[in-house]
Design a protein around this ligand. Structure first.
Ligand code: AMP
Length: 342
């Protein structure tokens, strides 16, 4: 886009620092770090929602920060996020604050840490009271409980909201999680148009109520009745929107940059059906995966993030297959992943 970029990370090996014009290596929890980044920038944004609000507020005194620190403040605590959804009439599962020694719930619940949980980390499913002991460690930190949802499908909407309040949604995607981590996304979601329209409406309502600027991923549960419940708001580019890189007229990354910089939003049309499959660190257990097994797959694009160490469960990259074969590729994902292993 002809811009120069800067990025801040505490890890000198962070992938972003290798591709920006101004890498800044400094702790993320220090307002002085934000000041260093602000000094070389016209405008700041985040691609991780847990940058401390105090740091973002310090930066916002120097340069514009989008989304606003107050938006991230609401999102960073699962309890304030759920209370926010409730206040604005957005449908969600039942929830509450989990006391340190909870009494058994009359139904299965998911316990989640209020802060800093991600990819199924900081979560525990309690199907029956007999499962409670395994949640003891988790409950050392403040948690919420959520009634476990018997969903038919998980779907997500990647919405962008510009500085002028214009919103655009990419096609609704459907997601398969494994162990709390996204495994694969298929877009457009195979749901009735009325459900997709309702999903976009909920995303728009959430983005407007927050006063969000930028891209936001809105994860939802689709119930067998056709009803949608909001699971989570992620006020940044989102893993389930990576398919837009290869399949849409504008990628979610460009759209985020456009939104936070006050440019008109780009077109969101999807050129062809797409499936995105995550590549987790486990694949590296026996050595560098056999990328040659992907070379002859038509319509496949491999994206590796350049992370320095492949820990199990860490998102190292993804591949996308676009075109009429995308649906079959979703079914073929396990075989593809197996073939990649050494
Ligand atoms: P989260 O970190 O909240 O997005 O949760 C990760 C994944 O765990 C979700 O995508 C679901 O697959 C599952 N999950 C989380 N919360 C619930 C819930 N209340 N009921 C059923 N499954 C859930």
């Amino acid at each position: 886009m002809g811009w120069r970029t800067a990025a801040l990370d505490s890890d000198p090996d962070a992938p972003a620092l290798k591709v920006v014009d101004h890498p800044v290596v400094a702790p993320l929890d220090d307002p002085a770090s934000a000041a260093k980044l602000a000094a070389v920038s016209d405008l700041l944004t985040v691609e991780w929602e847990n940058v401390p609000v105090a740091v973002l507020e310090a930066a916002a005194k120097l340069k514009p920060v989008h989304p606003a620190p107050s938006v991230l403040g609401i999102i960073q605590d699962r309890l304030t996020q759920r209370d926010f959804l409730k206040k604005h009439g957005l449908p969600q599962t039942e929830y509450g604050e989990a006391a340190a020694s909870p009494s058994p719930w009359p139904y299965a619940v998911v316990l989640k840490r209020r802060r800093l949980g991600y990819d199924g980390k900081g979560q525990c499913v309690v199907d029956t009271p007999a499962d409670l002991p395994k949640a003891a460690g988790l409950l050392q930190a403040p948690c919420i409980w959520e009634k476990k949802v018997a969903f038919a499908k998980e779907v997500s909407v990647i919405i962008a909201r510009g500085q002028d309040g214009e919103t655009r949604c990419f096609p609704v995607a459907e997601n398969e999680h494994r162990g709390g981590v996204l495994h694969a996304t298929y877009a457009p979601a195979r749901v009735p148009e009325a459900v997709a329209a309702r999903a976009r409406d909920l995303a728009r309502k959430a983005a407007e109520a927050l006063g969000h600027t930028g891209v936001m991923g809105v994860e939802m549960f689709l119930l067998p009745s056709g009803e949608l419940l909001v699971n989570e708001l992620a006020p940044r580019v989102h893993n389930s929107g990576h398919y837009t890189l290869d399949a849409c007229a504008t990628s979610q990354f460009e759209q985020h940059a456009r939104a936070v910089c006050g440019l008109p939003l780009g077109p969101v049309e999807q050129k062809a059906p797409a499936v995105m499959v995550n590549l987790l660190g486990d694949l590296w257990a026996g050595g560098e995966p056999r990328w040659d097994t992907l070379e002859k797959v038509s319509g496949l694009t491999l994206h590796l993030y350049g992370k320095s160490s492949a820990r199990p469960g860490r998102k190292m990259g993804h591949y996308t297959v676009t075109g009429p074969g995308a649906e079959a590729e979703l079914a073929a994902a396990d075989a593809r992943l197996a073939a990649l292993r050494r």
